[in-house]
Design a protein around this ligand. Structure first.
Ligand SMILES: Cc1ncc(COP(=O)(O)O)c(C=O)c1O
Length: 387
């Protein structure tokens, strides 16, 4: 069965960098939770609650397995999204205990790490350093000062550029007594290999960009928790509370994940995230090949279109461009009239796209495993009219 058979022929959804479409098994898993065992996790002893707990725990393990990370080294907490996860980490980061002297990010970051690093630098009164990424997405490790907290994406939401030397970056940061948090919002769905066996201190991601419901996750190194000074706190995080004191559940090594899970969690969505990972892992090679074929085809077309200024230097499932003499917002609206759903603007990368590159607002296509050949045929036919 086609996991996206609900999609009509005329709906051409090219906005996966924002939210992927959800395959039917994910929708089914969410429905199953609501109709068969709707219950709170972590607190409930009746059978529905036991099922919820088992499936939530299974999702934590599936995420670690998906990235080939050991549960002995890492744990998974659920949050709202990447932005929330990064802010939870950075706003509670004990920079004094960690001995951190600067915070480092890169020029092509989404506002999510860009602003949260700004906020940390102000709170800690330490310099914030922005390092330019090379055309291939790599970063020059010699530019990272020692004792830095580095917050950087593994894949860009402008052009899918990957942090190709991620392993060297992580190694260099650790060697120089620093810490590194990866923004994996864009890498998790289509480039998870880049994160395999990473030694990063934490990885933040958004399940809604991973074919799963709206949800976020923090994959955290167990030893990094020592650097988190808990201030964002509430139910679900404590084992006991007295008038002015409390006992954190995360003091127990088995319950470290409670460190970032304040209040009731989105249990159904977490379980459906597990279903999304199952679905991704079972995707046949042909699905990956088809996605690559369609985005490469679109990239080659855009590259040779006489009026298109393409930001990408290489094919990727996400590509941004503008058309000479045409306002991207107007073009986006015209495309929408043809059933083509694409994004326009600066995609929350204002600093780089607007203030560094001085691009006009852009148009972005981001493809996914639901993308059909006929979708790209239609996009090409529409853009042909502008030649
Ligand atoms: C690279 C990158 N980082 C962070 C984010 C923020 O994700 P969210 O809005 O789900 O928090 C996005 C969203 O597009 C992104 O593309």
């Amino acid at each position: 069965m086609n996991a996206f058979s609900y999609l009509s022929k005329n709906d051409i959804y090219l906005d996966c960098a924002c939210q992927s479409l959800r395959p039917q098994p994910v929708i089914d898993a969410l429905n199953e939770y609501y109709t068969k065992f709707n219950s709170c996790g972590e607190r409930v002893k009746y059978p529905w609650g036991v099922t919820t707990d088992q499936k939530v725990e299974a999702t934590r393990m599936k995420i670690l397995k998906y990235l080939k990370l050991s549960p002995r080294k890492y744990f998974v907490s659920f949050t709202l999204n990447t932005t929330y996860g990064l802010n939870l980490l950075l706003s509670q980061f004990d920079y004094k205990k960690a001995g951190i002297k600067s915070v480092v990010t890169s020029d092509i970051e989404h506002n999510s790490p860009f602003l949260s690093t700004m906020s940390l630098a102000k709170r800690a009164k330490i310099p914030r350093i922005i390092i330019n990424r090379a055309e291939d997405g790599s970063i020059d490790v010699s530019k990272i000062p020692s004792k830095s907290l580095v917050v950087i994406n593994a894949a860009s939401n402008i052009d899918g550029r990957l942090l190709v030397n991620i392993k060297d970056v992580v190694k260099a940061v650790h060697k120089n007594k620093g810490f590194i948090i990866i923004d994996a919002a864009q890498a998790m769905a289509h480039s998870p290999e880049i994160l395999y066996k990473t030694e990063a201190d934490a990885i933040c991601f958004s399940a809604h960009k991973l074919y799963a419901p709206s949800l976020g996750g923090i994959i955290c190194r167990r030893d990094f928790v020592k650097m988190i000074n808990t201030t964002f706190i509430g139910g679900g995080m404590v084992d006991d509370v007295n008038k002015e004191t409390y006992l954190l559940s995360s003091d127990n090594k088995e319950h470290l994940y409670t460190k970032f899970e304040s209040g009731l969690q989105a249990w159904g969505e977490i379980i459906a995230l597990g279903a999304a990972i199952d679905w991704l892992e079972k995707l046949p090679k042909s699905a990956h090949q088809e996605l690559e074929k369609q985005y490469t085809r679109l990239y080659e077309y855009l590259k040779t279109h006489p009026k298109v200024h393409l930001v990408n230097k290489a094919p990727a499932s996400t590509m941004s461009f503008y058309v000479e003499g045409i306002d991207s917002h107007l073009l986006g609206a015209a495309m929408a009239d043809e059933g083509i759903m694409a994004r326009t603007g600066y995609f929350c990368v204002h600093y780089y796209l607007d203030h560094i590159c001085h691009y006009p607002p852009l148009l972005r296509f981001s493809l996914g495993y639901h993308t059909r050949k006929s979708d790209i045929d239609k996009v090409i036919a529409v853009l042909d009219k502008l030649k």
